[in-house]
Design a protein around this ligand. Structure first.
Ligand SMILES: [Zn+2]
Length: 439
């Protein structure tokens, strides 16, 4: 028997895909939006009071580390899916640096199937560019693309493809099926054993640094190779002002490139490392205020197409090592929306509609994820986030759904809270709690 229809009543619908920003009720039947408008009848439906809330297409994350298979002590596909749903996401792209590496049809299908079985968000596996992330032999991109997981996004993230010839071949190979190559931009020689941003603060602290140029050289090279091959490049976690300039200039001459920035690079600086708390260690490293400001400008003008979390859980015994020995990475799924709502929307730098473009509409389009990113329209799947734009809350690392607790936002008061998340008409989160047993 089909579930009872739902009526989302009294909310404000903000949907960039259809250009909607208006008060409207949303009626949902059998997973699909059946009507949209003011004063819809609640007859026969479960009515959800959405007064004071915003209804938007659920968020899409192009950059998530779920750690399964291999490090299920840090995160699993299930725990990461719970974190994602609580953060308002309906789709996450699971990075390939697992153990075994997601460099074959077998592993990407395993990740895809587990995501479906959990059923809280759609998990789209990212395929490795090179076998075992070793950076020497191209992986079977075509085999992963033709698998049930239909992979159209490839990355060795965590590691950079250093060999320019190999990167060229990856772009050419992926072009055959209009797939995207995303390269973690970090020149190995320049990065060395750097543990933080190279600059004034690293000098004061006596920690080895990673210069901006380690990122910029690789982005400049990859943009040149993308132009040369006619391939599609996505630049993950842009962190420096000059990287933004490089991408802006490449777009101006028609290079097929998209780019993302993380909530942490858009809000935090390297001065936090003075605490020597390894929660602030991340790759690429937190940079300077000037870099943060340039990233914000790039996000506002669209040079940076989208936000991605780079959610990177680490078990406590790993992350609690000394700063220069601890693994890089921060949690992101459960705080991304609130951090950006607080830092960019509440401060008037970015409109709420543009934040929804950057967190939902744009990333869904980049990966061609039908059914995500809107539109909110009659006949479309009811895959929605419903949030309170005014609610304030304090991040409690111990209460996150992630199995790890390495959030740099612990103890921060944020504005903007996800209340409900819907995946094809079913609540994955209701009143701030995960709804299990989706079936
Ligand atoms: Zn990376």
């Amino acid at each position: 028997m089909p579930a009872k229809p739902l009526l989302l009543q009294g909310g404000r619908v903000v949907d960039p895909a259809s250009g909607t920003d208006a008060a409207a009720d949303v009626r949902i039947e059998r997973g699909t939006i059946s009507a949209l408008g003011q004063g819809l009848s609640g007859d026969g439906a479960t009515v959800v009071d959405c007064r004071g809330l915003v209804i938007a297409p659920a968020f899409v994350d192009l950059h998530t580390h779920l750690r399964e298979p291999g490090r299920e002590d840090a995160e699993t596909i299930e725990s990461g899916s719970r974190a994602a749903a609580l953060g308002g996401f309906s789709a996450v792209c699971a990075m390939a640096n697992t153990n075994p590496v997601a460099d074959s049809a077998a592993v990407v299908e395993q990740v895809f199937n587990t995501g479906r079985a959990v059923g809280l968000v759609d998990v789209y596996p990212v395929g490795a560019i090179t076998v075992g992330l070793e950076g020497s032999t191209l992986a079977e991109l075509g085999e992963m693309h033709d698998s049930k997981a239909r992979v159209n996004f490839f990355s060795d993230d965590g590691r950079c493809v250093q060999d320019s010839g190999l990167m060229r071949r990856a772009l050419e190979y992926a072009r055959a099926f209009d797939a995207i190559v995303a390269n973690h931009a970090e020149d190995a020689g320049l990065a060395g054993d750097g543990a933080m941003n190279e600059g004034e603060v690293s000098g004061l602290l006596g920690l080895p640094g990673v210069p901006n140029e380690a990122e910029e050289l690789v982005i400049a090279r990859d943009l040149a190779l993308t132009r040369m091959t006619g391939g599609r490049l996505h630049v993950p976690h842009v962190s420096t002002a000059r990287s933004v300039e490089l991408i802006r200039a490449a777009k101006a001459i028609g290079v097929n490139v998209t780019a993302e920035a993380t909530p942490h690079h858009l809000s935090l600086t390297d001065t936090l490392v003075a605490s020597f708390d390894s929660v602030y260690k991340v790759a690429p490293p937190l940079r300077t205020r000037a870099d943060v400001d340039a990233l914000r400008s790039g996000l506002i003008d669209g040079t940076i197409d989208c936000v991605a979390t780079d959610h990177a859980p680490h078990a406590r015994e790993d992350k609690e090592r000394e700063f220069d020995k601890a693994p890089p990475g921060m949690l992101g799924l459960e705080t991304a929306f609130a951090v950006l709502s607080t830092e960019l929307v509440a401060t008037g730098l970015l409109s709420l509609g543009d934040l929804i473009v950057r967190m939902s509409t744009a990333p869904a389009r980049i990966r061609n994820l039908d059914g995500h990113g809107g539109p909110i329209a009659s006949g479309a799947p009811a895959t929605l986030v419903i949030f309170d734009p005014e609610a304030r809350w304090v991040v409690d690392a111990a209460r996150l759904a992630s199995l790890s607790d390495n959030t740099p936002f612990a103890g921060r008061e944020l504005q903007g809270k996800v209340v409900h998340t819907l995946l094809r008409g079913k609540f994955s989160v209701r009143d701030g709690e995960v709804v299990d047993g989706q079936g």
